[in-house]
Design a protein around this ligand. Structure first.
Ligand SMILES: NC(=O)c1ccc[n+]([C@@H]2O[C@H](COP(=O)([O-])OP(=O)(O)OC[C@H]3O[C@@H](n4cnc5c(N)ncnc54)[C@H](O)[C@@H]3O)[C@@H](O)[C@H]2O)c1
Length: 459
């Protein structure tokens, strides 16, 4: 079969896999190939056991894989054949040198840019799908045009706004698709080619175009706003616990203001995930680079409060359980950074586990999708940790349960049965406020929600 266009994505991760699956699913006229330097990951994409869990992803991939969606580790061949190349490699925070712990580590995209330059023998549109610092497109242009061949490249910025756990829905019905381009004749032509792809399923009024720097910055600003909103509500939880106010009631009242809206107002132990923290720190780094110290400090405080919230959760456990956790068995309900994903990158569970092990807790971890990643994250940690998928078995003989991930299954458990098998007094720390606290209290638990007065059986 001949295809109208060859589309390539470099980077077969949480973004590259699902986004390309959606493009291939909606556009059977295009051949979509996804490549990665990690050959094992490509093997998994070609197997029955995909490397990432996302509701609805399996069905789509299995329907179109081999039809117009292909996963390959032959990167050079795929680059040569492609007309449009999405770059979706990872952009973690630097863990060395200048910008340590703040700036984006750009070595992965730079290697990709050089490889594209060295292999290409025809015009290509390069699409930044990863979240890059502002002005990355310019650096990319400089690398791509720095050899003697006269191959022409057009760079577009098309940041991805999907959220893990709802990626397929977000990709199928996006709030918006943003495409930034150079305002030159060839830049605008490239932009229109990308618009044409999305127009296969996204209404035109949701496809937004802008200049390339606005597009790069919009992604960082979006994530900063989202993280800031979580931090804003969380910052009032300690206040509620001290004053007798209830954060859920406060959030409901605040969210009914149509200027604010009700979303993203659930109090919790704090945000995790691979993006929020790194994107804010990257923004902070850029602000400092431009000498915007006050702005940098403002956004950095969002991350600081988030760290405080995680610390506070552990201190609440310690205080509630008579200021010693040593030798006690504590079960974490959930390890993923949010529900409906197996992703544990920057999950609050990692920090909480480390701290609890320092306090000499015997830790039991349960999660329906993230146990393999959890084992990897806690590898080398010296202490007693077990990983048990069944929450009933996991919580048996424990002194306490801490809800870390808001998996729906935890709200539907038989807590009478769980209570019976626990050590008394039994404690529940609901880090996501997803359980029925009154009911748990009636069963006999001492209940510690977030941002609400605790319910205890002690005088
Ligand atoms: N995960 C999310 O929810 C999300 C959402 C929006 C945007 N983003 C952004 O998208 C980008 C990718 O994120 P992700 O979560 O998919 O990361 P990921 O780590 O899951 O995937 C990145 C992949 O790129 C591959 N890779 C790295 N260098 C390569 C190279 N030179 N050639 C080929 N493959 C290479 C890695 O092996 C890895 O499989 C990041 O910039 C991230 O900030 C992520």
């Amino acid at each position: 079969m001949t295809f109208r266009k060859n589309i390539l994505c470099i980077g077969a991760g949480y973004v590259g896999g699902p986004t390309m699956a959606m493009i291939a699913y909606k556009c059977p006229q295009y051949k979509v190939t996804v490549v990665d330097i990690d050959a094992e990951r490509i093997k998994q994409w070609n197997s029955d056991d995909l490397p990432i869990y996302e509701p609805g992803l399996d069905e789509i991939v299995k329907k179109i894989r081999g039809r117009n969606l292909f996963f390959s580790d032959d990167i050079e061949k795929a680059i040569r054949e492609a007309e449009i190349i999405f770059v979706s490699v990872n952009t973690p925070v630097k863990n060395y040198g200048v910008g340590l712990g703040m700036a984006a580590d750009l070595q992965y995209w730079e290697k990709t840019a050089r490889q594209i330059r060295d292999v290409s023998d025809s015009h290509k549109i390069i699409v930044e799908k990863s979240t890059f610092p502002v002005k990355t497109a310019q650096a990319m242009e400089r690398i791509l045009t720095s050899n003697s061949s006269h191959v022409q490249f057009d760079i577009l910025s098309n940041p991805e706004f999907l959220a893990e756990g709802t990626a397929i829905k977000d990709l199928e019905y996006p709030d918006r698709v943003l495409i930034g381009s150079r305002m030159t004749e060839s830049g605008l032509k490239a932009r229109d080619e990308l618009v044409e792809i999305y127009a296969n399923w996204v209404p035109m009024e949701r496809i937004v175009t802008s200049n390339i720097w606005s597009s790069e910055l919009s992604k960082l600003v979006s994530n900063a706003f989202l993280a800031q909103r979580i931090t804003s509500i969380n910052s009032f939880t300690a206040f509620c616990e001290k004053s007798g106010a209830d954060i859920t009631e406060v959030a409901r009242a605040v969210g009914m203001d149509s200027r604010l809206g009700p979303k993203f107002l659930n109090a919790s132990i704090g945000f995790g995930g691979s993006c929020f923290k790194k994107d804010i720190l990257n923004l902070v780094y850029l602000c400092r680079y431009y000498g915007l110290v006050e702005i940098a400090d403002y956004w950095e405080s969002v991350v600081r409060i988030n760290d405080y919230q995680m610390r506070r959760f552990v201190l609440t456990m310690l205080g509630a359980m008579f200021n010693t956790l040593a030798g006690k068995r504590l079960c974490l309900f959930g390890f993923a950074f949010k529900a409906n994903t197996g992703d544990t990158r920057e999950s609050p569970a990692i920090y909480i586990s480390r701290r609890l092990i320092e306090e000499k807790v015997e830790l039991v971890i349960t999660d329906p999708k993230a146990l393999a990643n959890a084992m990897n994250d806690l590898k080398g940690l010296e202490g007693k940790i077990s990983y048990i998928e069944d929450p009933y078995e996991a919580s048996a003989n424990c002194d306490a349960i801490a809800v870390v991930t808001e998996w729906e299954l935890y709200s539907n458990l038989d807590f009478k049965k769980i209570y019976k098998n626990m050590v008394k007094p039994a404690f529940i720390f609901d880090g996501r406020n997803i359980l029925d606290h009154e009911k748990l209290f009636e069963i006999g638990f001492n209940v510690f929600p977030i941002g609400k007065p605790a319910l205890t059986h002690f005088e």
